[in-house]
Structures are given as C-alpha cells and as structure tokens.
Ligand binder design. Structure first.
Ligand code: NAP
Length: 274
C-alpha cells in the first residue's frame, strides 16, 4: 500500500478520509460511522476533521467511529484562524480533544491564514506538542509565500504538511508550491481529490479520457482521480465518502498504478498550469 513519509520519517497511508459534512444529519449517522470504520479496516487510517465542520459535529462523529480503534488511526484536526492565538489555540485544541474523546491529536493544522501572527500560532503549537496534546502540526491553504514565511520563523520549519486543494481539474499547486514542498520533503495533503464528485467540474466523472482509463484498469472514474492525485511524489489525499460502498471503492484506488501513457493522456485532457 502506498505510504507517504512525514518529516522525521513517520509514515501515513497515501489515502485517508475527509469528514466535511459528516455528522450533521442524524439519519445518516450510523452509515457514516460504518463508512469510517470500514475505511480504517481497509487501510485509510488517516482521518481529517476540523473544529469548523458542523461546529464540532464532525469531530464528535469521528470520535464515536474511532472508539476502540484509536491506536490504528492517524487523527488530524484543524483550528480556526481566529482561534490560533496562544491561549485560544490551547482552548480550541482541548475542545477538539474532548469532542473526539482522545488525549492527543496526531496532527493539528491551522485551517487557513488569519490575522494572528504566525509566530504566535507556532508558539501555541509547540506548547501543545510539549504538553503531549498534539504530535505533529502543520498548515492548510497556504500559498508558497506564506509557507516560506512560516518556515523561516523560529521553529516554523517543523511544519509537517500543508493541506491544500488539489485534483485533476485544480492543478494550481503544481506551478510552484508542490515542487518546493517536494524539494523540502514536506508532504502535501490534497483536499477535494475527487473534485467533490465532479461538482468542481461538470461532467468530470463522465469525461471520456477518465472513463477510458478507468475501463482499462477495471476501475471507476473516481478511483482514477484518486490514483492520479497520489501518483505525485509526497502527495496524500483525503477523499470524503458518505457510504460504505464509496469507502470501499476509494480504498481500492490505493492499488491502482497509472502508466506513463495514462498520465500523459490525463495531462493532455487536464493540463497543468503553464
Ligand atoms: P471530495 O473528497 O473531493 O468529494 C466528496 C464527494 O465525493 C462526496 O459528495 C462523496 O459522496 C463523493 N464520493 C466519495 N467517494 C466517491 C466515489 N467512489 N464515487 C463517486 N463519488 C464519491 O471533496 P471534499 O469532501 O470537499 O474534500 C475532502 C476532504 O478534504 C473534506 O471532507 C475535508 O476533510 C477536507 N477539506 C479541507 C479543506 C480545507 O480548507 N483544508 C477544504 C475542503 C475539504 P458521498 O458522500 O455520497 O460518498
């Protein structure tokens, strides 16, 4: 199974699970819990959530899904920019831990850049790490300028990842951010890897190049989108599935290797930024 190394060498699976919009509908709760549990069993053991998602509802559902399975999971949550100050980050993290029912997060991310100075957030993350409340920390939605500015600050270069938008139809990070991260050996965590099931580009799941390649691999279009994202060095992806069937389908994408010809055809149909 494809894995990605964090700075320091710890490895995580190249495919994890997103949880935005999960935990918000009581009628879907039991299916969503089964979906996450099935995903863990199939090796997608990295779970991404955030205090923002459903105002904590996602964290609560994830907490329920991982009960009894905590040791197998690499748990990621994110702090709101307005909670990223020294004291506020401490309190926000403690609230997330409580909702999740765990003592420690494996990775805590600044959800996006806000008004709190980076130095203050880095200090807050380092303090949480020293207290054993988070194991790694990182950022999200940072462009290259912000990421370099962050890394230049004292302690900032310990950033474990940058979680950013990346899929076949949104290849902007290939311009400068991804090559720089690859050079630094800093993994990138791709969100919306399925382009929100094609909602970010009409007809994506029916695109003839994608479906042709899918047919040749005895796979689905969604699996090809995921295999494409994680074919890039140092990139992991966190597709969100709301059904057991989708989790099973997504997990199987870990075993698909796209050929140089597949990649060239996809490049041609969905060019990288020039
Ligand atoms: P996504 O993962 O690209 O797409 C999710 C959609 O794809 C859902 O509608 C899901 O439907 C569908 N889907 C899942 N598996 C499928 C399959 N095998 N075949 C067809 N459709 C499938 O989009 P996302 O949820 O926006 O992004 C993923 C995760 O990234 C989020 O859940 C969140 O954890 C994170 N995220 C982070 C940020 C940030 O600012 N840091 C922003 C956006 C997202 P079902 O629910 O019916 O399975």
């Amino acid at each position: 199974m494809k894995r990605v190394a964090l700075p320091g060498g710890e490895e995580v699976p190249a495919l994890g699970m997103g949880t935005w919009m999960i935990g918000e509908d009581a009628a879907r709760r039991s299916e969503e819990i089964s979906t996450l549990q099935q995903g863990i069993d199939l090796g997608m053991t990295l779970i991404d959530t955030a205090e923002m998602y459903g105002d904590g509802a996602s964290e609560k559902l994830v907490g329920q899904a991982i009960r009894g399975r905590r040791d197998r999971v690499f748990l990621v949550s994110k702090v709101y920019p307005h909670n990223a100050g020294r004291k506020a980050a401490q309190l926000a993290c403690e609230r997330s831990l409580k909702r999740l029912g765990v003592d420690c997060l494996d990775l805590y991310l600044l959800h996006w850049r806000g008004d709190v100075p980076f130095t203050e957030t880095i200090e807050a993350f380092v303090a949480l790490q020293a207290q054993g409340k988070i194991r790694h920390w990182g950022v999200s939605n940072f462009d290259l300028d912000d990421l370099q500015a962050w890394c230049d600050l004292p302690g900032g270069d310990a950033v474990a990842t940058n979680q950013v938008l990346y899929n076949l139809t949104r290849r902007g990070i290939e311009w400068d951010l991804l090559p720089w991260c690859q050079q630094q050996q800093m993994p990138v965590m791709a969100y919306c890897p399925l382009a929100q099931a094609g909602r970010l580009r009409d007809g994506l799941l029916n695109n003839s190049v994608v479906t042709d390649i899918a047919r040749a691999h005895n796979a689905t279009a969604a699996q090809i989108l995921l295999a494409w994202v994680i074919s890039h060095e140092g990139v992991m992806a966190i597709p969100k599935a709301g059904t057991v069937a989708h989790a099973q389908e997504n997990a199987a994408a870990l075993n698909i290797t796209l050929s140089a010809e597949d990649l060239a055809r996809l490049d041609n149909a969905f060019p990288a930024p020039g």
